[in-house]
Design a binder for this molecule. Structure first.
Ligand SMILES: NC(=O)c1ccc[n+]([C@@H]2O[C@H](COP(=O)([O-])OP(=O)(O)OC[C@H]3O[C@@H](n4cnc5c(N)ncnc54)[C@H](O)[C@@H]3O)[C@@H](O)[C@H]2O)c1
Length: 223
């Protein structure tokens, strides 16, 4: 994979996804944003934005004019997929993972060997493993990562976004990242990807499941 110019699919073009897509496009990647809202897709393809965020309008306009950013309602095959869909609470305190599940369903059909998928949505413990389960049940022809150090067809990592609204563009680039791959190979590939546009430190961890934990909690171990 040539990390200098990747095809990146950003799934969910809201406050996180659209600035991320614009920043990626402006460092030279070929970016296609996937959203379920036709109005959002139409506006972005006109070089316009549907949200208020400092410096975003100019960045999107420039990327769309340069044809390095476009939006679509239909999933396309890519080297890297960034999932940035909502994760609201349902009644009470239970997080609603249905948007991530829908995103997984959308991209499953176009996934190919070598793909890297990064979950950026703020997600509860166990969500990344659920993502692996949803994808692997739809695509039994591909191998997906486990905590064992095998080399799967598809690599998956969790990297929660922590930007502050109002300075998202600057923070996307300068903030440190915490990258938890399902395996250390996944972490390393995700780190390599973030290094194409992040100037902060990319801190690599690994997502593993504690076998002995009755509460089925996830832990992050250095690797
Ligand atoms: N907004 C913030 O400041 C902020 C900061 C840190 C983390 N986050 C997290 O980032 C994630 C995204 O938040 P946001 O603020 O960007 O949300 P948002 O509501 O601004 O945007 C989400 C976008 O995803 C689209 N979408 C919904 N389901 C989809 C699907 N199945 N496929 C494709 N597109 C879909 C929506 O149409 C919308 O355009 C959430 O988990 C949130 O908690 C947000």
């Amino acid at each position: 994979m040539n990390f200098d110019k990747l095809k990146v699919s950003v799934v969910g073009l809201g406050y996180i996804g659209l600035p991320t897509a614009a920043v990626l496009a402006n460092v030279g990647h070929d970016v296609v944003g996937l959203d379920v809202n036709p109005k959002v897709v139409d506006m972005i393809n006109l070089g316009e934005i549907h949200i208020v965020e400092k410096d975003l309008d100019g960045l999107v306009q420039k990327a769309v004019a340069a044809e390095s950013l476009r939006a679509t309602l239909r999933a396309e095959s890519a080297d890297v997929y960034i999932i940035a869909v909502p994760t609201p609470f349902k009644d009470g305190h239970e997080p609603d993972l249905s948007y991530i599940q829908q995103a997984a369903h959308s991209i499953a059909g176009v996934l190919g060997p070598g793909a890297l998928i990064i979950l950026e949505s703020t997600s509860p413990v166990g969500a990344t493993e659920k993502l692996v389960e949803w994808l692997s049940s739809t695509r039994p022809d591909l191998t997906f990562p486990t905590s064992a150090e095998s080399e799967p067809d598809v690599n998956i990592a969790y990297c929660p976004e922590r930007v502050l609204p109002g300075s998202i563009i600057a923070e996307l680039v300068k903030n440190d990242r915490v990258i938890g791959g399902v395996s250390s190979i996944c972490s390393a590939r995700a780190k390599r990807f973030y290094e194409t546009f992040v100037r902060g430190e990319c801190i690599v961890t690994r997502l593993t499941r504690r076998r002995d934990d009755q509460a089925d909690r996830e832990c992050v171990q250095g690797c």
